[in-house]
Design a protein around this ligand. Structure first.
Ligand SMILES: [Zn+2]
Length: 233
């Protein structure tokens, strides 16, 4: 099976050097130049986190310049956070600028959203984007999940999941991630597949299909064989 981690900040983790999974590293614009040399095989997402969206003009100018680089496969993480960071008056225009870049370049958006779901839905309704919007670290409750599904969102799930919601998310709209958590991507896959009563192989196959479709330029990792596969033989 092929393993993909679509959102991780751990560029300096040795685990991410193993050839058996491919990552999308989330980096700041200024980090990208160094990061892309450090990791020849992996891909990147680049954006301004809502927490740090204050006085972001310089960052934004640089972001606009580098995001056409083919190794940047997604825009973000970006979004809205009601609990941390500057006011929505500051966060919203910065988020919207990311959406513009995403639409212009045809690259999906990776979204960080904390307690701002109504605002997020409103912006999606108003912009009618053509690119996929992937909510990262998703663990929302079933009611919210249903609404987000209806609005066409994609979901990236990691260490903390809501099992009931997992069973609602269409499998062709799901990705996996480690973000900044302690779980390895293999553990994330295992936990997610268990929550869906699927074999990890079947689950990984579905996620690979999604990755190939939404991020066609990501380099495939070496196939990973687990003890689970042996069990299932
Ligand atoms: Zn993150």
């Amino acid at each position: 099976m092929e393993i993909y981690d679509v959102h991780t900040h751990k560029i300096y983790s040795e685990d991410n050097d193993d050839p058996y999974h491919s990552c999308i590293f989330d980096v700041y614009s200024l980090e990208f130049e160094v990061a892309k040399e450090l990791h020849q095989r992996h891909s990147f997402s680049c954006g301004i986190h809502p927490w740090y969206s204050d006085d972001s003009d310089t960052q934004m100018a640089y972001l606009t310049e580098i995001t056409s680089n083919p190794r940047i496969v997604a825009i973000g993480e970006t979004g809205l956070d009601k609990l941390k960071g500057p006011s929505f008056e500051v966060q919203t225009p910065v988020f919207k600028k990311h959406i513009e870049i995403s639409e212009k370049l045809g690259k999906p958006v990776i979204i960080h959203c904390v307690k701002a779901w109504e605002e997020l839905l409103k912006i999606k309704q108003d912009t009618v984007p053509s690119q996929p919007w992937i909510i990262h670290g998703y663990r929302g409750k079933p009611d919210l999940t249903k609404r987000l599904i209806d609005f066409g969102f994609y979901f990236s799930v990691g260490e903390n999941i809501n099992v009931e919601s997992m069973q609602l998310i269409p499998l062709d709209r799901m990705f996996c991630e480690t973000d900044e958590g302690d779980m390895s991507i293999h553990e994330v896959y295992l936990q997610a597949s268990k929550s869906l009563n699927m074999s990890i192989l079947e689950f990984a196959d579905a996620i690979s299909t999604n990755v190939h479709k939404i991020f066609p330029t990501i380099q495939a990792p070496k196939p990973y064989y687990t003890e689970f596969e042996k069990e299932e033989d």
